[in-house]
Design a binder for this molecule. Structure first.
Ligand code: DHB
Ligand code: FE
Length: 281
């Protein structure tokens, strides 16, 4: 049976992609950010997952504002990167697992989460930068990937509670797949940031740390926060952190935190890294 061996959280800041391309990861500005990934690299090397389900938001590449699904899953064997406007170098294409994706989609819909299923899906920095910080640039990625897109861009957005609930359903979906796959779920985006409007540039360190603590120890606290309260505290784009609750829901009732790192600011964002495993594991 497929087994969830761990959960990861990471920001997906576009400038991180250029820092990798330009060889700046050990530059003093960037080092504090990239140093947060060392233990995650070691863990990935040791545990070698077969599939990474990447929970991310599309920023206007695959879904434009005229058609935005609340939750969407890639059901393809290959995903291409394209640049939605940040001028980022394109990554190598990603290998999917369409059979596993269809199983997950069927299970989620059976559990009354009405997924949009995508047989073609182009992935943007929200998906690609997490892969680049976790694995470095590769011609052949060492893990299959499944894109799991959450609308955090065009209101109305799914609630934090709904994201936690779909994560719990994702656990059921993964663990009912008969193949012996080692699966990691990555929740990406966040933490606090706002890219436009009067409050552009806000970062709320206290709130970010409370969110990280909640995702580890008490996800119901963050899951109970209304969308407007999260935006008030963390900024319009800080709402991306609701995607961490999808990962957290998939890990079960309690977790062991293997690694935690926070640094602010990086670009416009408070950047958090978590590496979790199910306490039952
Ligand atoms: C930044 C962060 C994001 O999550 C994003 O999608 C775009 C920009 C930033 O910090 O600059
Ligand atoms: Fe973003």
């Amino acid at each position: 049976m497929a087994k969830i061996i761990g959960g990861i959280t990471t920001s997906h800041i576009p400038a991180v992609g250029n820092a990798i391309t330009d060889g700046l990861t050990q530059d003093p500005y960037w080092k504090r950010f990239f140093d947060g990934y060392g233990p995650v690299h070691d863990w990935l090397e040791e545990n070698k997952p077969d599939v990474m389900i990447i929970v991310y938001n599309d920023h206007g590449l695959n879904f434009f504002l005229d058609k935005v699904p609340t939750f969407a899953i890639g059901c393809a064997d290959r995903y291409e990167n394209a640049d939605e406007g940040w001028g980022l170098e394109l990554s190598a294409p990603f290998t999917g697992d369409a059979a596993f994706s269809w199983h997950i989609a069927e299970s989620l819909i059976e559990q009354e989460f009405d997924m949009c299923t995508c047989q073609e899906m182009r992935v943007d920095h929200g998906f690609v930068n997490p892969m680049r910080v976790l694995y470095g640039d590769r011609k052949d990625w060492p893990v299959k990937t499944i894109p799991f897109a959450v609308n955090t861009v065009q209101h109305p957005l799914p609630s934090a509670r709904r994201c936690h609930a779909i994560g719990k359903a994702l656990k059921v979906a993964i663990e009912s797949y008969p193949d012996d796959l080692k699966v990691v779920v990555a929740g990406t985006g966040g933490l606090s940031h706002q890219l436009q409007g009067e409050r552009a540039g806000i970062i709320n360190v206290d709130y970010d740390l409370a969110v990280m603590d909640s995702v580890i120890n008490d996800p119901d606290w963050f899951a109970a926060q209304p969308t407007d309260e999260i935006i008030r505290q963390a900024g319009t784009e800080g709402i991306e952190s609701i995607m961490w609750l999808v990962m957290r829901g998939a890990l079960g009732a309690s977790v062991n935190c293997l690694h935690k790192h926070y640094h602010a600011p990086i670009s416009n964002t408070g950047a958090g890294v978590l590496l979790l495993e199910s306490a039952a594991a």
